[in-house]
Design a protein around this ligand. Structure first.
Ligand code: HEM
Length: 408
């Protein structure tokens, strides 16, 4: 293994190899040193992990903590440029994605029954109905339209709102605030304001559900007396945030990727049975949650390197999913590939709770869109699509599309 690549200063995020491939510096780093030191923008030294096996190992090992309140150089969950803060932040009650076992286990366990593959299969017809209604509305518009605003964002927002029992009419609150929360160039004060905008709204909603529960996930959670309103609110914020942003970006970027590969798109249209495999491959190929963070609570050996106790670790899911040691010809979109085993939903105790729901939404969304809009195309040159390199979830800010004639 050659060690000629310089230690990166800051996380490489420039998409210089095209909108769908990892940054070239990330690829070179994985080839040279899949577990590499990295200098963070505040000057402290940590690690970046880019090789598939090493990424899996880190994510499976609970000695790598997800907590944000440890007394170590610290990357705030919501600021991927890592320049703003290196102080620990207090643990947010209920936000179990930033907890370790056993606190994490206690809260996550409350939800595992809700998001099983079986329950999500039962929801499938309903999700298809939601997607089809949005497509009816899309068909009534005069193109060009922004597919993000008219389809990719509304479908997962409607689904998660309905599941949680959050009125969709109040979406301005959580869509606006969560976008603020995920933007890079927003001050910490603005982020705190956005977060408290969401929590104020959701804690009132939860208090009312506790008094008069309905038939939804938040009401079910509110029936548990041992969960405080603060914990329930943190869980609700997490579900709402995780439940719409990620899937919206996948629907938009997946459509963009298919439109840029017309041969594969034609194949998928001709053979709808390819859809479940195509969704897995798009997930791998696009890796919209490109990085996650961990903190070493002990010295741990990974890939021949010793990650020292207290170190900050950036795990690149994008790099791992494009590792040629695991996936042949990884920068090629191959709808016939056996892509399961990709790390887009993470791995280990924090592996995405909503992954079955996300799969159901993507199958319904892509299937309906391709069927109903047989001549869908980009309304701008591909190079003009505004990409979310300024956010900590990858995607497109807008996807202008056009068509001649929608069909039923
Ligand atoms: C966790 C990706 C959709 C809820 C995660 C993690 C990833 C991820 C990478 C692990 C984070 C970590 O290890 O720190 C995605 C992607 C999605 C998606 C790519 C869509 C394509 C959803 C949906 C929900 C959801 C629809 C619905 C509620 C969650 C929750 C966690 C999580 C609650 C935290 C799990 C834990 O800490 O135990 N997701 N997700 N996600 N996801 Fe998703």
């Amino acid at each position: 293994m050659s060690r000629t690549v310089p230690v990166p200063h800051g996380l490489p995020t420039e998409r210089d190899a095209g909108p769908f491939a990892p940054p070239r510096r990330i690829t070179r780093l994985r080839e040279a040193r899949p577990v590499s030191p990295m200098v963070f923008p505040d000057g402290h030294e940590g690690w970046i992990v880019t090789g598939y096996d090493a990424v899996r190992q880190v994510m499976a090992d609970t000695r790598f903590s997800s907590r944000q309140d440890l007394d170590v150089p610290h990357v705030p969950y919501e600021t991927p440029e890592m320049s703003a803060l290196t102080e620990p932040s207090p643990q947010v009650p209920g936000m179990f994605v930033t907890m370790d076992p056993p606190d994490h286990t206690r809260l996550r366990r409350r939800l595992t029954g809700t998001f099983t593959a079986k329950r999500m299969k039962q929801l499938e017809e309903h999700v298809i109905g939601i997607a089809e209604r949005r497509l009816d509305e899309l068909a009534r518009l005069t193109p060009p339209v922004d597919l993000v605003e008219e389809f990719a964002l509304p479908v997962p927002s409607l689904v998660i709102c309905e599941l949680l029992g959050v009125p969709y009419a109040d979406r301005e609150n959580f869509q606006g605030n969560s976008a603020k929360f995920l933007e890079k160039d927003v001050s910490l004060d603005e982020k705190i304001a956005a977060y408290s905008g969401m929590t104020t709204y959701l804690s009132e909603l939860i208090t009312s559900k506790r008094a008069a529960p309905g038939e939804d996930v938040l009401s079910d959670l509110a029936r548990h007396d041992d969960l405080t309103v603060e914990e329930l609110t943190g869980m609700a914020v997490l579900l709402l945030l995780a439940g719409h942003e990620t899937t919206a970006n996948m629907l938009a970027m997946g459509t963009f990727a298919l439109l840029e590969h017309p041969g594969k798109l034609a194949e998928l249209r001709a053979e709808p049975d390819l859809m479940p495999g195509a969704v897995e491959e798009l997930m791998r190929y696009l890796s919209v949650v490109d990085t996650v963070y961990r903190y070493a609570t002990e010295d741990v050996e990974v890939g021949g390197e010793t990650i020292g106790k207290g170190a900050t670790v950036v795990v690149s899911l994008l790099a791992a999913n494009h590792d040629p040691e695991r996936f042949d010809d990884p920068d090629t979109l191959d709808l016939h590939r056996e892509a399961r085993g990709h790390l887009t939903f993470g791995h280990g105790v924090h592996q995405c709770l909503g992954q079955q729901l996300a799969r159901v939404e993507m199958r319904a969304g892509f299937d309906g869109l391709l069927r109903r809009f047989p001549d869908l195309e980009l309304a701008v040159p591909a190079g003009e699509v505004k990409l979310k390199t300024d956010m900590n979830i990858y995607g497109a800010h807008e996807l202008p599309v056009t068509w001649a004639e929608p069909s039923r």
